[in-house]
Write a protein that binds this ligand. Structure first.
Ligand code: TEU
Ligand code: CA
Length: 574
């Protein structure tokens, strides 16, 4: 069968030269006019994806789910949510992908399940249930006046306490994310085996690997240590006690042997808060833990002291500093993903670029990151330069994280006083995950070619100008730039294998690096990561004998000047 040839026939480290394309199925393409993107809709668009030059698709969760967190709350790991289609649709999609040489990476959520999963229903049915221990339960603490309080002050990533009270069995359960996403207890070996079984179900169908949702949160510090808050009622971050916990690497190794290895599948871990040193261990080939990981430091670069919603503009030097630390830190041992966007993040150009220079800034940022070492992950719509949505009303928002943020922010007097309603909306427009979730813009029809009837979330009003049809037909478009960039990366071994050295140009906005192998010609990448025109510095870090191979402006380079968001990539002449 085709799929078997593809999964096991390639080299074990095929992903090092590969680029990935991420699909958020709900918002990609609706084939049956119910306003929700679906599996057949994806199958219809595979030629478009293949034509980008990518090697694999990461598909966000498509399993049965009450959709409290759009599929990241799974109620049955072995079934397809009817919104997305049937198992036959899935098999047909997989077959069509493999026929085109595209691999499929499924999303797997193993840190928590839905509260509607049979396992949690059993677990909450009584304190003595055999599955009680598959989740984290804890009796209440008693407050000053004997009132019931959660076991500690851990806050949920989606606002409020990370503990929810269960009336029936009179204990709290842990949920690091939403209330309807109880955390699974990996200490329990039966639970682990059950999860491995769910993963093997998909591997047996021929899928090529998994993207493991928040996988570095699965080992919690025993005893739920208290993280004492400053103010009496506020919540504090559980991260020091849940990220990169004591048994994490033991679990990763076990999963590798029992699940990934027999199928030669790849393991891509989402690892918020991971340090460079830990990331290097997890992805070193001899560790046999993860192949690729997602770290968050670029995504944190524009968060202020108050975190994600406390938004500030990131300077080019801030971005470069993060890139440099990770590129140098992982060296030739670890392996990283390179990403600017995903379904949890605002749109790249609105965030780190400049929509006045939409195409130049989109191209410059893309090439600046994707020519580094690691595997690029391109999120649907990024390749046509989609932008944030101009949210103005609650009714336009869908995401649980954002809606929870708004209700907590409104109830928090100090926040309200400091930022006010306008400040809250500004934060929402800058950071809401819904920015990434508006439908893919295929053409300039009323629903952008996403659906012919309706849409579960509004289409960005700019779709009449920014869409695949327009970009496909124009040689200088950002889409055609991505196509070139992805192909260039694949045929140039310096990018996947070479060393990297960042250089100083003397100008804060002009950043660059070279990729090299000892004794051979280098590849130079330089970009003006700002919207001002720059005069070229007198001392140049790149050689005089060089050949331009890629640029963010179609009309070549103007000597002595760097236009806003001008990027240039050169080969050193031999
Ligand atoms: O996201 C993990 C995560 O760390 C998020 O809290 C992320 O940082 C946040 O959305 C950005 O503000 C993963 C999934 O990608 C996300 O969609 C899920 O909601 C979350 O896990 C829970 O499964
Ligand atoms: Ca549909």
């Amino acid at each position: 069968m085709q799929s078997i040839v593809l999964s096991s026939g390639g080299e074990a480290d095929w992903f090092r030269k590969a680029s990935f394309y991420q699909i958020y199925p709900r918002s990609f393409h609706d084939s049956n006019g119910d306003g929700i993107g679906d599996l057949r809709g994806i199958e219809d668009k595979l030629d478009y994806v293949k034509d980008l030059g990518v090697d694999a698709i990461w598909l966000c969760p498509i399993y049965s789910s009450p959709n409290d967190d759009n599929g990241y709350d799974i109620s049955d790991y072995r079934s397809i949510h009817p919104d997305f289609g049937t198992m036959a649709d899935f098999e047909s999609l997989l077959e069509s992908m493999h026929r085109r040489g595209l691999r499929l990476i499924m999303d797997m959520v193993l840190n928590h399940s839905s509260d509607q999963h049979d396992w949690f229903r059993a677990s909450r049915s009584s304190r003595g249930d055999a599955k009680r221990n598959w989740y984290f339960w804890s009796p209440p603490r008693r407050g000053e006046h004997g009132e019931k309080e959660p076991p500690n002050h851990w806050g949920s990533f989606f606002s409020g306490s990370a503990w929810a009270w269960d009336e029936k069995t009179e204990e709290y359960y842990l949920h690091l994310f939403g209330k309807k996403q109880p955390d699974l207890n990996w200490e329990n070996a039966d639970l682990r085996d059950a999860l491995y079984g769910e993963m093997r179900f998909w591997l047996a169908k021929g899928v090529d690997g998994f993207r493991l949702d928040v996988i570095n949160l699965i080992s919690k510090a025993p005893g739920f240590p208290e993280n004492r808050p400053q103010a009496d009622s506020s919540f504090t971050s559980p991260m020091p006690f849940v990220a990169d916990g004591p048994r994490l690497e033991e679990y990763l190794k076990e999963m590798r042997q029992k699940v990934f290895k027999p199928y030669k599948a790849i393991a891509i871990g989402e690892t918020p808060g991971v340090t460079v040193e830990a990331a290097k261990r997890y992805t070193a080939p001899e560790s046999e833990e993860l192949d690729i990981l997602f770290q968050f430091e670029l995504m944190d670069a524009d968060g202020g002291a108050g975190g994600k919603w406390d938004h500030r503009r990131a300077a080019p030097a801030d971005l470069e500093q993060v890139m440099r630390r990770w590129q140098e830190g992982l060296g030739r041992v670890g392996w990283n993903s390179l990403y600017w966007n995903n379904h949890d993040q605002p749109r790249l150009i609105s965030r780190f670029g400049d929509k006045t220079y939409r195409e130049a800034s989109g191209k410059a940022l893309a090439a600046f990151l994707y020519l580094q070492k690691g595997s690029p992950f391109i999120y649907q719509g990024e390749e046509i330069g989609m932008l944030n949505f101009p949210f103005r009303a609650l009714s336009e928002l869908r995401d649980i994280e954002c809606l929870n943020f708004i209700s907590y922010a409104c109830a928090d007097e100090s926040f309200w006083e400091k930022r006010g309603e306008a400040g809250i909306w500004e934060a929402v427009r800058a950071k809401s995950r819904d920015n990434a979730r508006t439908p893919m813009q295929w053409d300039d029809s009323p629903l952008a070619g996403f659906s012919d009837s309706s849409s579960w979330i509004a289409v960005n009003p700019n779709a009449s100008a920014i869409n695949v049809r327009e970009a496909s037909g124009r040689e200088s478009s950002i889409l055609n730039f991505y196509r070139k960039l992805i192909r260039f990366r694949k045929k140039e071994p310096l990018i996947s294998d070479g060393g990297i050295e960042f250089f100083d140009t003397g100008l804060p906005a002009l950043r660059g690096y070279r990729r090299y192998e000892e004794g051979g010609p280098s590849l130079y990448v330089a970009a003006n990561l700002g919207s001002e025109m720059l005069e070229e510095p007198p001392k140049l870090p790149w050689p005089e004998a060089r050949q331009l191979v890629l640029g963010s402006y179609a009309d070549g380079q103007k000597s002595g000047q760097w236009r806003p968001w001008e990027l240039r990539v050169w080969h050193e002449a031999e």
